[in-house]
Design a protein around this ligand. Structure first.
Ligand code: S3P
Length: 167
């Protein structure tokens, strides 16, 4: 059975939707950031701080290859994972189906306004940072995705929409 790979911007609900979809579809859930943190023995923020973003991206590709080897999972990626073509190839080579959770900028901004955990957002003028990143990233999420789902509703509703895709 193919794994379902959830992609999209920070705050689009990959983790909260993924957990619920896994429950509804009787699949095992895996959060890629969490997997990386367990393996590295550090949080994502600590990895960025001590080793830099490039080191994190390398760990992300390794993690993508490792979790892709397992069938029938629901995998929540990080917001940057499918921006690297190599990672998209890894998922597709392992028959993963990529689902993009699309959420408009105002909703993302609201969801992310108090975030302290995401290194890329710890800058002044967060709204502008989000809008600029979304502009660059959305074409890449769309290009990577096999399906796009509206990620604006509550996580349960989005999870049900994913379950109804019958993937
Ligand atoms: C990142 C998103 C984060 C995490 C890291 C980098 C990004 O994951 O992987 O902070 O580049 O968008 P979430 O999308 O789960 O927040």
């Amino acid at each position: 059975m193919s794994s379902i790979i959830l992609c999209g911007f920070m705050g689009c609900g990959k983790t909260s939707v993924g957990k619920r979809a896994a429950g509804l579809m009787d699949r095992i859930f895996c959060d890629l950031d969490h997997y990386i943190e367990e393996k590295a023995g550090m949080t994502v923020s600590e990895i960025f701080e001590r080793q830099g973003e490039a080191a994190f991206r390398k760990m992300e590709t390794e993690a993508a290859a490792e979790v892709s080897g397992m069938d029938g999972m629901i995998i929540a990626t990080g917001g940057g994972t499918v921006l690297a073509p190599r990672n998209v190839d890894i998922f597709h080579e392992n028959s993963g189906i990529i689902v993009f959770l699309e959420v408009p900028v105002p909703v993302l901004t609201e969801r992310l306004k108090n975030d302290t955990q995401r290194p890329l957002l710890q800058k002044p003028d967060r709204e502008k940072v989000i809008a600029e990143l979304v502009e660059k990233r959305y074409p890449l999420y769309r290009a990577a995705a096999d399906y796009t789902v509206d990620g604006s509703p509550s996580p349960w509703i989005v999870a049900k929409h994913i379950a109804l895709l019958n993937l």
